[in-house]
Design a protein around this ligand. Structure first.
Ligand code: AMP
Ligand code: TRP
Length: 341
């Protein structure tokens, strides 16, 4: 089959497990919004099938799915400009994932560091889905022939695996360039927002203490309190950003400031060189409140009308299915499956 040229198309997703954090906002959603309206078609998914790789109470899953959708909308994703939907409404994700389960090699899956971290010493007790999850992620991306995948740093390895799966499929089924080689897009100062109590760990939805993270639904007082109590070292801010290399907590706060305010971390340092935490932390808290409060208020308003969110997701799913269906049909043809004419 001849090489194909692929129209640039963006796909990304967030799991509805627990609430959204500042890490999701700065590492993902804010960057999704920035890509919207560019020449590229943009598809943003609430990946509910990924969430159930670890136990989710059904009622909580429904609520978390609407909350991620509300976070998308409140941050500025516009269903007229982007396709917004939840994964399980488009059955092609699960279908293509099965085919990719038969393409990906066990050795590839065994290298996935996120599985090793999440499973820890208890790998035997994890679900098969958690292990196979990167193959479903590859299906999410390739079902739309997406070429660009904006994600945080922790997802780079999974996008690389997606490329390996695409290449092996194309090779094994003599499919030329049928599946594109998607690029991870990992840019800006906040591709890895760290835990506020331990600057060597990623800020995540599932950390033990709520003080470790900023939730997108936190109120102004909570945000201020969390930044005030954030761990730092005693030294003031240096004259050069590079001097923060061995000060992970300090660097994290500077990076968060930069990302919230659309500046480089170097520009933040130029403004605050020599400042102590008594000056910088309140400035950071004020900035975070100014940026996040309107979003959390809008999320609350949207969450009060779940039927409207569900309607947006249903419409987005229909548009997603229209793109996915011919790609899935061609995939089945390449594999040699019979389908009715
Ligand atoms: P998840 O919540 O694991 O579904 O992640 C959804 C998106 O948010 C992915 O692109 C992640 O890379 C990104 N993300 C999650 N946590 C962080 C973080 N602490 N810093 C930067 N990006 C993050
Ligand atoms: N695995 C991603 C995460 O945990 C979420 C995700 C699922 C995703 N499918 C995707 C991200 C496709 C980008 C593209 O963060």
């Amino acid at each position: 089959m001849a090489e194909e040229t692929h129209t640039p198309r963006v796909f990304s997703g967030i799991k509805p497990s627990g609430g959204l954090t500042l890490g999701n906002y700065l590492g993902a959603i804010k960057r999704f919004v920035a890509t919207q309206g560019s020449a590229m078609e943009t598809i943003y998914c609430v990946v509910d099938l990924h969430a159930i790789t670890v136990w989710q109470d059904p009622a909580d899953l429904t609520k978390a799915t609407r909350e991620v959708a509300a976070g998308y909308l409140a941050s500025g994703l516009d269903p007229a400009k982007s396709i917004l939907f939840n994964q399980s409404q488009v059955s092609g994700h699960a279908e293509l994932a099965w085919i990719f389960n038969c393409v990906a090699r066990l050795g590839w899956m065994n290298r996935m560091t996120q599985f090793k971290e999440k499973a820890g010493k208890n790998a035997e007790k994890q679900s098969l889905g958690l292990y196979a999850y990167p193959s479903l992620m590859a299906a999410d991306i390739l079902l739309y022939h997406a070429t660009h995948v904006p994600v945080g740093e922790d997802q780079k390895q999974h996008v690389e695996l997606t490329r390996d799966i695409a290449a092996k499929f194309n090779h094994d089924f003599k499919a030329g360039g049928f599946f594109p080689m998607p690029e991870p897009v990992i840019e800006g100062p906040a591709t890895r927002v760290m835990n506020l109590r331990d600057g060597t760990k990623k800020m995540s939805k599932s950390g033990e203490s709520d003080m470790e993270r900023i939730n997108m639904t936190d109120d102004a007082d909570t945000i201020a309190k969390k930044f005030k109590k954030a761990r730092t070292d005693p030294a003031p801010l240096p004259d050069a950003y590079d001097d923060l290399a061995d000060r992970p907590e300090a660097r994290n706060l500077v990076d968060i400031y930069a990302a919230l305010n659309d500046m480089t971390p170097q520009a933040v340092i130029a403004e605050y060189a020599g400042a102590g935490w008594g000056q910088f932390k309140p400035a950071l808290a004020d900035l975070a409140v100014a940026k996040l409060a309107p979003i959390s208020q809008e999320m609350e308003r949207l969450m009060a009308d779940p039927a409207e969110i569900d309607r947006v997701l249903a419409q987005g799913s229909e548009r997603a299915r229209a793109i996915a269906a011919p790609i899935l049909d061609r995939t089945y043809d390449l594999v040699g499956m019979i389908r009715g004419a």
